[in-house]
Design a protein around this ligand. Sequence first.
Ligand code: UD1
Ligand code: UDP
Length: 356
Amino acid sequence: MKKIVTIVGARPQFIKASVVSKAIQETDGLTEVLIHTGQHFDANMSDVFFEQLGIPRPDYQLNINSVNHGDMTGRMLIEIEKVLLKEQPDWVLVYGDTNSTLAGALAAAKLHIPVAHVEAGLRSFNMQMPEEINRILTDQISSVLFCPTDSAMANLKREGFDDKPIQVLQVGDVMQDSAEFFAQKATQPQGFELDDGFILTTFHRAENTDNPERLAAIITALNHLHTNLAPVVLPLHPRTRKVIAAQGLKLDVHLIDPVGYLEMIWLLQRTGLVLTDSGGVQKEAFFMGKACVTMRDQTEWIELVEVGANELVGADTNNIIEAAMHNLGRTVKDESRLYGGGKTSKEIAKRLNSLI
Ligand code: UD1
Ligand code: UDP
């Protein structure tokens, strides 16, 4: 029996792990131990996903959150190392590009435990982003890189991964698996009564929340769109909520608390436009056939821009408003199977079983 220690901590990782953990459970010869670093901890940022998506209860809850990057990553490194020494797994599995990802990969690599990185090879080419630092370093110390897209493969080729003793495999994107698997179970958020065609917005990236000019420009655009174009529905990320409260800014939109994944899918199915800075939500818009306007200067999911499904507008008020106006109600088609077609989690489990 091969033992996999999976490390999760942030909302998108619960959603990705839900389908891969299921595939691991269904694969003979694999067993999984789950570590939750505690990075996300509110009930609506963590527990709800375990309950709704049938993710096994974490075997270890490290409760590390709400501190600076070095403090968070360092504490996670210390605690994950202890668990790995005890569990002695065959693999450590990490997802994406958060501090939990880097801490897990680093703890394992130093103990010579092979690391498998899901969502490898993505690049924004913006080293100011904590995510870019985390993903570049994680890729370098992994043994197997599960890449979601052609562009992820090309990025790794450009960085010389062909000549490294690291397996680079294109397997598609696990978020397509989650979106398809849970689509039938979509649930109306309690008390939500707006008609279809609203603008569904999420934003939380440090590059937007921690830069007062960008934050003010986004808020001005959202307030304008809500008054003049269509209701703006904004499930507010705790990071954004804290910054807005601290600065006394006024959001004049349809604010709601973060919702569970089944409610998020329901909103995505009914929205007229997705307006976001989230990585995951950009792709989910596409899976649901909705146009997306992305409030960032770069995206790692560049193929969505290339096929015309996603428009990058940065954090400029006028650009956001203009793009929202001409994209509202526009539908897009997934004709080119950019993300593997929903079979990625099974492929990852199969590879984990056969590679070592
Ligand atoms: C993290 C990831 C980011 C990812 C995002 C997904 C890093 C560096 N960033 O950003 O890549 O896109 O998760 O959502 O790992 N908070 C709460 N309750 C919670 C969670 C967070 O109040 O349940 C607060 C924290 O106390 C902190 C702030 O939100 O003040 C930011 O949390 P943190 O985990 O540091 O980063 P995120 O912005 O969530
Ligand atoms: N999401 C959710 N509830 C919300 C907002 C987002 O379930 O209120 C889901 C969303 O559908 C996607 C994931 O969270 O699957 C994206 O996470 P987030 O935007 O926090 O992080 P990113 O993808 O930018 O790293």
